[in-house]
Design a protein around this ligand. Structure first.
Ligand SMILES: Nc1nc2c(ncn2[C@@H]2O[C@H](COP(=O)(O)OP(=O)(O)OP(=O)(O)O)[C@@H](O)[C@H]2O)c(=O)[nH]1
Ligand SMILES: [Zn+2]
Length: 303
């Protein structure tokens, strides 16, 4: 019998829920043959070939992965949805920038979503007050797609749903930013209790985590476990940081010196872009802070 292809939508300890491409049916699958000895190697998000045997369905082969995350353990991620409230709690841009660097290092596209728009404006078409305006503008200048939403009022949800309707999305963002609220609004059938997304993070050390991909009402899938909750920067040389900063990456080819760190070098096109307003001053400052951190790390290494 020919193998059928599908996507693992939930990896449990020895059983896998696989959604078949042709029928959309979800089958509970075991592992077949040598795959059994590599159980940890089948992840939620994996594209697999399934055979239907007399004893039940089994995964026969894992197709090549486009990428994989460690936390949460998931493969073939299409984007990160970084969620941050405009107020309550106030956004902390440098923490967002750390997540952005991690995502860029994995070459994962990022969609930014600012929640609780209703706490800073009366109507969704009102201009944003400061400091929200500067924040949103800085990320838009960087080139990131930015969505502004207020889930309880239905503001901004259609455009966001459209941005997520292809492929698999992993959420990121601090506690209280509104991740569960947003997921419930995008998929009313899910009815996650507020706060449930992070409970699934298994902060209690002993819980085993089983990541699931949940279908969104308008199309697309979202992992029920957020990622990028650690703030540490990936292993990078200081001169690599600019490559992970879209607006710096864009301007850097015009710097006078190759290997320019964009700090105080003469003829730096990145500083010129900041002075001309193409790069937000605060984004540039955050770059310098993280650059300093990488340099300190390097100095520690050679002590
Ligand atoms: N006014 C307003 N409140 C919101 C909005 N989105 C979420 N909230 C509220 O913010 C609080 C936190 O929302 P959650 O959805 O639990 O946030 P979370 O990111 O899932 O938080 P953790 O589970 O701790 O990671 C809840 O009281 C929500 O009702 C919004 O757009 N506007
Ligand atoms: Zn430069």
């Amino acid at each position: 019998m020919p193998a059928r292809t599908g996507t693992v939508v939930k990896a449990q300890t020895n059983l896998y829920e696989v959604r078949l491409d042709d029928t959309g049916e979800v089958l509970l699958c075991a592992l077949r043959g040598r795959l059994r000895r590599q159980a940890g190697d089948v992840l939620t998000g994996d594209r697999v070939e399934v055979v239907l045997q007399p004893g039940g369905a089994a995964i026969e082969r894992v197709l090549p992965r486009r990428n994989r995350l460690v936390r949460p353990p998931i493969a073939n991620v299409d984007r990160v949805l970084l969620i941050q409230s405009l107020a309550d709690p106030d956004p902390v841009p440098i923490l967002m920038d750390r997540v952005l660097v991690q995502a860029e290092a994995l070459e994962l596209p990022v969609v930014l979503c600012f929640t609780k728009l209703d706490l800073v404006v009366k109507s969704p078409d009102d201009p944003l007050p400061e400091p929200s305006a500067r924040l949103v503008d800085g990320y838009r200048r960087a080139g990131y797609p930015v969505h502004l939403v207020a889930a309880p009022r239905g503001w901004g949800l259609d455009a966001l749903a459209a941005a997520l309707k292809e492929g698999a999305t992993v959420l990121a963002g601090p506690s209280g930013a509104g991740k569960s609220t947003l997921l419930n609004a995008l998929q009313p059938g899910l009815q996650l209790a507020t706060g449930e997304v992070s409970r699934k993070l298994g902060r209690g050390r002993h819980t085993t985590r089983h990541v699931a991909l949940l279908p969104l009402a308008e199309g697309g899938w979202v992992a029920d476990t957020p990622g990028f909750s650690r703030v540490d920067l990936p292993d990078l040389e200081p001169e690599e940081l600019g490559d992970l900063w879209p607006e710096i990456r864009r301007e850097a080819p015009d710097c006078r010196f190759r290997g320019c760190l964009h700090r105080s070098e003469p003829g730096c096109a990145v500083r010129a872009a900041r002075d001309a307003g193409r790069i937000a001053a605060w984004r540039y400052q955050n770059y310098l802070v993280l650059l300093g951190e990488l340099e300190e790390r390097l100095a520690e290494r050679y002590k």
